[in-house]
Design a protein around this ligand. Structure first.
Ligand SMILES: Nc1ncnc2c1ncn2[C@@H]1O[C@H](COP(=O)(O)OP(=O)(O)OP(=O)(O)O)[C@@H](O)[C@H]1O
Ligand SMILES: [Mg+2]
Length: 414
């Protein structure tokens, strides 16, 4: 069997090891530049690396068809969020399972996602789209306060803000437009740059609820991760806890809801990664993607459940039986980021207490995201995470206690 991976970055690279372990040949199409640069180690594990100048859909289809004519491709996999749309078109061109290109906007555009859910009668958030300051005032009348405003065309929680009144709303809108105009040079149009979504502020606990769809339509929810957030009005992800289903009281409710979401949005094969708010009236989708979750979530879930998310997802793409979980290494697995907004914009020299924590038996790995001696970015998003610690524990309580200990013990020295 031979599969094709498009534009892998971060967790998308896990497919390479998974394919090797499963004895599946895997070719990669990539720009091989910047974040997409493939290491020599990974390059050695793939059948063929096809380098392209860009992720232009026609170019990708051409390369995929050429490969397919020489070495038939049994499945096409998106290696990152940015190539999900192109991957749908390639799958169709090659005649293999994939997202219907006519429906893929439902997992790429948050406004389409919400409208599709609404039409299918699946619980969704109250929302309105706006593309000018006047529009946004109209949106406020429909959605009310408090609300969340977010760009339609960015990711990484960039520009997402809680607003409590019209003044905050207009300020947040200006911020998004300024940021988006800066991004406009990277390929998005002026029209896209001013588009935002305003939606009802959902109160509750946030979870990533993730899994995969097999070609016979079977939907499996395999990952439940509680997301810890930083102080409002931002929504910076500062910690994760990956649970076994039996340790999470709302797991069945989340699973039932997610299956409705996945069916309504038209997933036909491969992984899904969602962010869901468990509110006091039930789960409500924040967003869902047709790719593996990022931020080491697959590694956390493998530690706690033995499930290899990349192997299971790859299996669905090539219509292989989904591999059984391995023996889990721990009951719970977590991740804690070191963040200090008091030191935002400053250079720091070291992390006090770091060595004591990272040598603990609970810790599986620890790495700096912002190196000592460099400036800590001021944004309340992924860029201001100073370091990340991945760990495991015997119980949810022990995991939560260890997260607290990390936060209290590790301090920035300026
Ligand atoms: N309607 C809402 N109510 C409450 N919180 C929300 C709402 N929308 C977004 N959030 C919070 O903001 C975060 C980022 O929002 P969203 O996922 O829509 O943006 P994003 O740019 O795709 O971010 P990321 O790439 O980090 O997931 C969410 O994970 C959630 O914590
Ligand atoms: Mg999100």
């Amino acid at each position: 069997m031979h599969a094709l991976l498009i534009g892998p970055v971060h967790s998308g690279l896990l497919y390479i090891g998974a394919a090797q372990e499963m004895g599946i040949k895997l070719s990669v199409i990539t720009t091989d530049e910047g974040w997409y640069k493939l290491s020599d180690d990974l390059r050695a594990k793939v059948t063929e690396v096809i380098t392209v100048e860009s992720y232009d859909v026609d170019l990708l289809i051409h390369e995929a068809q050429t490969l397919h004519s020489q070495r038939p491709v049994g499945g096409v996999v998106a290696g990152s969020e940015y190539v999900v749309g192109q991957t749908a078109h390639i799958a169709k061109a090659l005649g293999v399972a994939g997202f219907d290109p006519d429906k893929v906007d439902a997992v790429r555009n948050k406004a389409t996602m919400r409208r599709t859910l609404q039409e299918a009668g699946v619980r969704t958030v109250k929302y309105a789209k706006a593309s000018s300051a006047i529009d946004i005032e109209e949106s406020a009348k429909r959605v009310g306060f408090p609300a969340v405003v977010k760009p339609l065309n960015l990711a990484g929680s960039v520009g997402v803000a809680l607003v409590r009144n019209e003044t905050e709303l207009l300020a947040a809108y200006e911020d998004i437009v300024t940021m988006n105009i800066a991004e406009a040079t990277k390929g998005q149009s002026k029209e896209q740059a001013v588009e935002v979504l305003m939606e009802e502020f959902l109160v509750g606990t946030e979870y990533c609820v993730d899994g995969w769809v097999e070609q016979d339509g079977t939907i499996t929810v395999a990952e439940f991760v509680k997301v810890g957030l930083g102080p409002q009005p931002h929504f910076q992800e500062i910690s994760y806890l990956s649970y076994r289903r039996e340790d999470l009281a709302c797991a069945d409710e989340l699973e039932t809801y997610l299956k409705d979401v996945v069916r309504a949005l038209g997933f036909t094969v491969g992984p899904f990664h969602s962010e869901v708010m468990q509110t006091n009236t039930g789960p409500v989708l924040i967003e869902i993607a047709s790719r593996l979750p990022g931020d080491h979530l697959p590694e956390l879930t493998e530690t706690a459940t033995g499930i290899s998310f990349a192997s299971c997802s790859l299996a669905t793409h090539i219509n292989y039986p989904v591999p059984r979980p391995k023996q889990p290494q721990a009951r719970v697995a977590g991740s804690q980021f070191i963040i200090d907004h008091d030191a935002a914009g400053e250079v720091y020299t070291a992390l006090a207490g770091w060595d004591d924590i990272v040598t603990r038996s609970e810790v599986d790995s620890a790495e700096y995201c912002v190196l000592p001696g460099t400036r800590i970015p001021p944004q309340h998003d992924f860029s201001s995470r100073i370091a990340e610690i991945l760990f495991h524990a015997d119980s949810v309580e022990a995991a939560e206690a260890f997260q607290k200990e990390i936060v209290e013990h590790v301090r920035i020295i300026q």
